[in-house]
Write a protein that binds this ligand. Structure first.
Ligand SMILES: [Zn+2]
Length: 239
């Protein structure tokens, strides 16, 4: 049997929602566990995109999108990566909305109780992203999330990377699709809101195990008091 594919999940979305924005894991360490994934950066400064083993940050500054490669010593408060291995590969030959494409992707799932890695490389007639703006931990995520800059671009080539999470793991991560985009020329990207694909290659990867890590030396996390009902509510509102 081939080696089990582990989804490496650093911290939980709930902890992020509770305002624990300080980075506690380096990008260098994160990349040891996977070559595809997403997350956010220290002080929730924009969106993290991990593609082909490299980490990029997409952020909005002065009404413009900026994408930069992130160095290994930068720290993240929340991220998920996987050694992506396509189990299903198909070609999308005609224009489709994100909802339609997601249904097509799901038609290849064996049930709905396993995580999946997603990689979509192609041309997009429309791409709509948002970027979480840098914040201090005294502001709740749900509050910060109501002021997220959004950007759109038409006729852009690039790659969508992400994770599909089963409903029962909502809170660890966002149930359903969590996707980030980066353009081929590294000038545009962010957290995917919606899109229209013109054509592309879709890869769906299996996930056999979940490796849930915790910031075990972070006093803020250790002694935080989480209001779980409120957190679930906040996730629904902001993601
Ligand atoms: Zn995101």
């Amino acid at each position: 049997m081939s080696e089990a594919i582990k989804l490496f999940q650093y911290n939980t979305l709930s902890a992020l929602m509770a305002g624990l924005y300080g980075g506690t894991l380096t990008i260098g360490e994160l990349l040891e566990h996977g070559d595809l994934g997403l997350g956010t950066l220290d002080s929730i400064d924009g969106e993290l995109i991990v593609l082909d083993g490299k980490a990029y940050q997409a952020k909005g500054s002065n009404g413009r999108v900026e994408v930069v490669e992130v160095s290994e010593d930068v720290k993240v408060p929340y991220a998920a990566v996987v050694p992506h291995k396509a189990e299903v590969i198909f070609k999308q030959r005609f224009e489709m909305s994100d909802e339609e494409l997601e249904k097509r992707i799901e038609s290849y799932y064996d049930g709905v109780n396993l995580f999946r890695s997603i990689k979509i490389t192609g041309r997009f007639s429309h791409m709509h992203v948002r970027m979480i703006p840098k914040s201090t931990s005294d502001r709740k995520f749900a509050e910060v999330a109501t002021h997220q800059p959004e950007y759109t671009k038409d006729n852009v080539s690039g790659t969508i990377v992400g994770i599909w999470t089963p409903e029962m793991f909502h809170g660890v991560s966002v149930a359903g699709y969590h996707l980030h985009f980066i353009s081929t020329d590294y000038t545009f990207g962010g957290h995917v809101m919606d899109f229209v694909i013109s054509e592309g290659i879709i890869e769906v990867g299996a996930v056999d195990q979940l490796d849930q890590r915790f910031p075990v030396q972070d006093r803020k996390y250790l002694f935080a008091k989480f209001n779980v009902d409120e957190l679930k509510d906040d996730i629904d509102k902001s993601e």
